[in-house]
Ligand binder design. Structure first.
Ligand code: OAD
Length: 242
């Protein structure tokens, strides 16, 4: 992976997203009422221990997630984020495992918690694109190990962390949307932003305050993200906080 220089640039925008940005596309969040971790024990479906205990249950859980994500459509928030690329150097760092940012047109997306459209060999780690197809028991990678979802489970290392951190550290603007900022180390990425960066957080609710230096817009992604994007496109690089 090419190292990213953490040199602040007025054209650089980083968007850090979580499940709330896809909520209005019909995909569930995790910790709210009705969220996935209110319906399923993460230990059973999103941990190496759960996989050892009952891989077929884990596959079923993620096959359902993959099916729902494939049927979902990007919403106005995903589309507005993609529009920023018209005038800015944009990197989307997402905790989401769906591909709605890409399908809305974003071209640089780092998935720190993995991607539903990929599978990997449980021992080999060899990745292959599977798209919307389910993974079945007995389906093997080219090196002969069982395919598992390409998802970062609890207790596993997140992906692209250093690269994501360098992007955040070089951003003139940081938009955080749809995340409770409660899963680490992903959530700590927001602290890598330069003090001078223009920092906006969008979520209807948070447990506690927004991180220091953030303007918190208490609202839904499809309403607030297009407003922030319009504001930034209008301002151009002139008011960027570097
Ligand atoms: P959470 O469920 O923890 O938080 C969702 C956030 O989205 C909350 O702050 C909500 O207020 C906000 N939200 C809900 N609807 C929204 C909307 N329409 N517009 C904007 N915001 C909205 O989900 P995440 O922060 O994404 O990891 O969770 C982080 C990680 O925890 C996930 O990536 C997942 C999970 O365990 C793994 O599975 C590895």
């Amino acid at each position: 992976m090419t190292p990213v220089k953490a040199v602040p640039s007025p054209r650089k925008i980083v968007v850090f997203s979580g499940s709330g940005v896809s909520a209005e596309s019909g995909l569930p969040t995790f910790r709210e009422a009705g969220g996935l971790w209110r319906q399923y024990a993460w230990e059973e479906v999103a941990s190496p221990q759960g996989w050892q205990k009952h891989p077929e249950v884990v596959l079923e859980f993620y096959n359902e997630r993959r099916r729902l994500a494939a049927d979902a459509q990007p919403n106005a928030a995903h589309r507005a984020i993609a529009e920023l690329e018209r005038d800015f150097d944009v990197v989307v760092v997402t905790q989401n495992v769906d591909d709605l940012h890409e399908r809305a047109g974003s071209t640089r997306v780092l998935h720190v918690h993995g991607e539903l459209v990929f599978a990997k060999g449980e021992h080999s780690g060899l990745r292959q694109r599977i798209g919307a197809a389910p993974i079945r028991m007995g389906q093997l990678c080219p090196q002969g190990s069982q395919l598992r979802p390409d998802i970062v489970w609890f207790g596993e290392s997140i992906e692209h962390y250093d690269e994501a951190q360098a992007h955040v550290a070089s951003a003139a603007r940081l938009l955080v949307v749809g995340t409770s900022l409660s899963v680490f180390p992903a959530a700590s990425l927001v602290h890598a932003a330069p003090a001078s960066a223009d920092k906006v957080l969008i979520a209807p609710e948070l447990d506690g305050a927004a991180p220091q230096g953030f303007e918190w817009l208490r609202g839904k992604a499809t309403e607030c993200v297009p407003q922030v994007v319009a504001r930034w496109l209008e301002a151009g690089t002139t008011s960027a906080g570097t």
